[in-house]
Design a protein around this ligand. Structure first.
Ligand code: GEK
Length: 246
């Protein structure tokens, strides 16, 4: 897997929206690790959750898998071969790179199926674990409930949704504080002020954060019985939502 340093916004760029294209793939690992506080912890804990919730002969979905960090962590964690991991992303360069790393990597390579498609069109069935790791934030707000409803109905009883998101806060002063802290984190990881501000502009229209309360209420309204945050650092959080009954 390519691990080049992310310099995409180091020079002045035009005001175009961010896209997950072939320029992003080689730097994606570096970018996400230096941009999302706690990313590595979240990935390894997703695998720990998966180990607990996996059901025999069920499907695990990694929706918006990018280079497959969650897929690969789950694959490495699970000793049983009796499940199938379905990794989906609409970016062809991401899926192509993941395909290559699966072909050359040391993973268990249990049944991992890669799909280059819009997750809004993905059929979810017989699922024990569904991962939405920083993906829902890119789905238009008005389509989020339908996607989550589809996930809920495709989950088996006893299944789990693990969902990480950039979040916003109802209190404007706290919202501003956490944005400042996040930018401080990026600065501490070597991003310049120009890189931080250009990336902010590029994501403005395509990454739409919501509050933790909005996420929790929507998941509960859809039918998830137990919903809470299991990880948070500044304006990044990961939620666990369990389907206890149909
Ligand atoms: C990780 N989960 O490393 N359908 C399919 N894929 C989509 C869609 C869509 N409608 N919209 C966006 N994506 C990964 C990180 S990155 C998060 C996820 C980030 C894909 C998009 O192509 C990209 O690969 C991914 O969602 C979001 O654990 O870069 O902040």
């Amino acid at each position: 897997m390519n691990n080049s340093k992310d310099k995409l916004f180091a020079k002045e760029v035009s005001d175009a929206d961010f896209v997950f294209d072939d320029k992003v793939v080689p730097v994606f690992n570096d970018m996400i690790n230096r941009s999302v506080p706690g990313y590595a912890t979240i990935i390894s804990m997703i695998a720990v959750f998966a180990e607990k919730y996996i059901q025999r002969h069920s499907n695990i979905y990694d929706l918006g898998c990018s280079l497959g960090a969650a897929t690969l962590a789950i694959d490495a964690q699970l000793s049983s071969q009796s499940c199938r991991i379905i990794a989906v992303d609409s970016s062809r360069p991401m899926i192509a790179e993941l395909e290559q790393s699966l072909a050359s990597g040391p993973g268990n390579n249990r049944s991992i199926e890669l799909r280059c498609e819009d997750i809004l069109a993905t059929d979810i069935h017989d699922a024990s674990v569904v991962v939405l790791n920083f993906t829902l934030q890119f789905i238009p707000v008005e389509q989020r409930a339908d996607l989550l409803k589809k996930i809920f109905s495709g989950l088996n009883v006893g299944g789990v949704l693990l969902m990480s998101e950039k979040i916003k806060f109802p209190d404007p002063s706290l919202n501003a504080l956490f944005i400042e802290m996040h930018e401080g984190f990026k600065k501490s990881k070597g991003y310049s002020a120009l890189e931080i501000s250009q990336k902010r502009t590029a994501l403005e229209n395509i990454l739409v954060p919501e509050s933790i309360a909005t996420h929790k209420n929507r998941l509960k309204d859809i039918g998830f019985d137990a919903v809470d945050v299991w990880f948070q650092c500044f304006n990044f959080a990961s939620l666990v939502a369990i389907k206890k009954s149909a």
